[in-house]
Design a protein around this ligand. Sequence first.
Ligand SMILES: *Cc1c(COP(=O)(O)O)cnc(C)c1O
Length: 391
Amino acid sequence: MSNNSSSIPKFIPFTRPSFNQETIDAVSEVLRSGWVTSGPKLAEFEAALSDYFGGRPVRCFANGTATMKIALQVAGIGAGDEVITTPISWVATSNVILGVGAKPVFVDIDPVTRNIDLDKVALAITPKTRAIMPVYLAGLPVDMDRLYSLAQQSNLRVIEDAAQAFGSQWQGKKIGSFGDLVSFSFQANKNLSTVEGGCLVLNNDAEAKLAEKLRLQGLTRQGMDGMDVDVLGGKDNLTDVNAVIGLQQLKQLPTYQTRRATLARQYFDVIPAELKLAGLENLPLELPVENFTDSNWHMFQVVLPLKQLNADRAQIMTELKELGIGTGVHYPAITGFTLYKDLGYKLSDTPIAERIGRSILTLPLFPGMTDEDIGRIARGLAEILKNHRKN
Ligand SMILES: *Cc1c(COP(=O)(O)O)cnc(C)c1O
């Protein structure tokens, strides 16, 4: 063993899932049980989620993307329909809209919340608009009262892409415990993870029954051996292995949430302090909204003041990585992707999303991080920004 290794700072990834021994044991138990795919653990997980969301029906799916696709199908959205959404999201959001044959209509974002700008949503509604699909970036919800009053005025469905917002709130109510169709992801990086997975909160049992059919080939069962298929479904079910991980994560969630909020608070203290020490108090590095009542702190994202720097985001990410600090990009504006450009979308139609998509940077934030990690990250970022400040 070389002694040198102690002088190399440990690498801090931008995120890392936390699975405790109990979770590992619970998975072993399912694997030994003789029933590993969708079964009793799935039913138990769905019941626990329904409890969590105040008794609304909940169904689980293989991933968040399948969950959103099925939400659109449950809402009956398809060819000829328009769905209003944000360009700053994981591309799954608009891919599923295209996937059901509908047209995504991108509305620019609010530069402060980085979420869809509800003032601009009203202007994008046409006779073809059927739904609004907001995204709660980094776990910060939009103004839910405004969202649902807009939807009600124009008779639109709301399909919430709450993939990042498990545990987030609005005026003391959990996201998912109210509203229309609310879709969550349990992908590895999300606040609650089943490795891969997702769940949909629905309005009633009829919608839940349809969602069940859609996730398994459109199959209906009557009696012991009666089988029929009356709609076109896919293969989007969640397994008991994933479900048992979710059950354990649900128990851990309050602890994880508290830790995330504590770490986010430290960023709000330490980043400005380090910038000041570096003589950068006037550099307009944009921090997130300091919201400790609604956000679940899924991510902590800064927007780099690229105009005042002689480096782009990629260069800054590379230099952070050299200091042992992992970062991420969530997200470049969807309308800049080739598929979307080929469909006629233009980045310049949503200029705020264009700028933020180019300059947003996700700093590490996950429950397993230490207080010292936050200090190291803030110091590293300040040092790099100082080296690249234009004169
Ligand atoms: C993670 C995520 C999804 C997709 O979820 P998967 O489980 O990866 O399919 C969709 N939208 C947003 C905003 C996400 O963060």
